[in-house]
Design a protein around this ligand. Structure first.
Ligand code: HOZ
Length: 427
């Protein structure tokens, strides 16, 4: 059956579980039917009724250059003309690996996958294989994709839909994952004292993006580095969101902390499916075929994704766009929105880090998942729909990050502020 102009979601639900291929897209926590997208270009996204929106979701982070950047599209088309998948190595994969290793020096060797989930899943397996230990620590509200071991107290869609525990994950596996409050180094110390010799890895989003944006506080990451080194635990930075978002490199470059393993995705694929896992040579060599920990994938290092990623990374490396400008725009947007809310006496705490931000509807501060969950989610839903009516597409969940791209202009920011003012009049 062909979808008509009004029944896209109804039709989708007949044949796709929940009508979407990734839960947060269903808008369940904000209510109403999700908009279906027809196309996107630059900072704008268009629904199937040809309405234009300024896009702050940006495919959940990857589209730092904006949608359909001509260089990226050209790279994809020219790669496609040569064939779309070979199941054999290509020179582009080596070029991409060289570029990423030069930008993020802790990544001495890497392996490409088809998604961030595969990268984090492999990182955990590798840490277990390397250390011969089984337990891992993660942090409440952090989301590292949907592999079994990582779905405990997870953020993103799991937080948005308030899914209790991790149905479908065998208890004996979930028991091996300890989830602790983000930014709570005392809790980490305690867990290490208790389970130290059984701990294979600590995995962390160095700036959390999946409970909304939350920055590490009080040397949290440096202390994690210190403790993991002392106890022979593999430290994994999940930089799927943060990689190449703030500078040409990872968040780790900004703070000078070298994790043992790093996971990347999103921006490095230029909007095509990709993941990367990399780190210390000694650990990475434990992966098959040089070692015995197994990981594989027919579409790993796919030529379209790698060439879209290479085109994106080359533009970022060449400083064709200014990270400082995009940060300044984000800062202005957040500051002016904050002022509007406080003029109306509406409590809001806007957490921003460079070009990613979340509006938490509460007084704040928000330093962990428990704090994030105190937000007024019903008010968030009303604000979200108000903004959609005004042509502004924000992340449809209180527990996600919004992003700004190099394609967003001062006019986009002014327009968004005007939309916010209009929305507030009606709330
Ligand atoms: N869990 C993703 C955001 N953190 C959403 C992915 C998607 O729906 O595309």
């Amino acid at each position: 059956m062909t979808a008509t102009k009004t029944n896209y979601f109804t039709d989708a639900r007949q044949v796709i579980a929940g009508g979407v291929n990734s839960p947060v897209r269903a808008w369940q926590s904000v209510g109403g039917d999700p908009l279906f997208v027809s196309h996107a270009r630059g900072s704008k996204i268009y629904d199937t009724a040809a309405r234009e929106y300024i896009d702050f979701v940006l495919s959940w982070g990857p589209m730092i250059l904006g949608h359909a950047h001509p260089d990226v599209i050209e790279a994809i088309c020219s790669a496609a003309r040569k064939g779309t998948s070979f199941g054999a190595p290509t020179e582009s994969e080596t070029q991409m690996a060289q570029l990423i290793c030069s930008a993020i020096p802790s990544m001495e060797l890497m392996r490409m996958t088809s998604s961030g989930t595969e990268a984090t899943m492999t990182a955990i397996r590798l840490a277990r294989g390397y250390t011969g230990r089984n337990m891992i620590i993660k942090f409440d509200g952090c989301y590292h994709g949907h592999a079994d071991s990582l779905l405990v107290q997870a953020g993103s869609g799991v937080a948005t839909l308030v899914i209790p525990g991790s149905p479908g994950v065998p208890e004996c596996l979930a028991e091996l994952t300890i989830s602790l409050p983000y930014n709570d180094i005392a809790a980490v110390q305690e867990a290490i004292e208790r389970y130290g010799s059984q701990l294979a890895a600590i995995i962390v989003e160095p700036v959390a993006g999946n409970m909304g944006v939350v920055e590490p506080q009080n040397g949290f990451l440096a202390k994690l580095r210190e403790l993991t080194t002392q106890h022979g635990i593999v430290l994994i930075f999940d930089e799927v969101i943060t990689g190449f978002r703030f500078i040409f490199g990872g968040y780790q470059n900004l703070v000078g902390i070298k994790p043992d393993l790093t996971c990347l995705g999103k921006i490095i694929g230029g909007g095509l499916p990709i993941g990367v896992l990399g780190g210390k040579k000694e650990i990475m060599e434990v992966l098959a075929p040089s070692g015995n920990v197994y990981q594989a994938g027919t579409l790993s290092g796919n030529p379209l994704a790698v060439n879209a990623g290479l085109a994106t990374l080359h533009l970022l490396q060449a400083k064709a766009y200014s990270y400082a400008d995009v940060d300044k725009r984000t800062e202005q947007l957040c500051r002016d929105m904050e002022n509007m809310f406080s003029a109306q006496g509406i409590p809001v705490c806007i957490n921003r880090f460079h070009s990613m931000f979340t509006l938490f509807f509460q007084a704040g501060p928000v330093n962990n998942f428990l704090d994030a969950k105190k937000s007024a989610t019903t008010f968030f839903a009303r604000f979200f729909h108000g903004m959609i009516k005004e042509g502004i597409w924000l992340a449809p969940s209180q527990f996600e990050a919004n992003f700004i791209s190099f394609a967003h202009t001062d006019a986009d920011i002014d327009c968004t502020l005007q939309a916010c003012a209009n929305t507030l009049k009606h709330l």
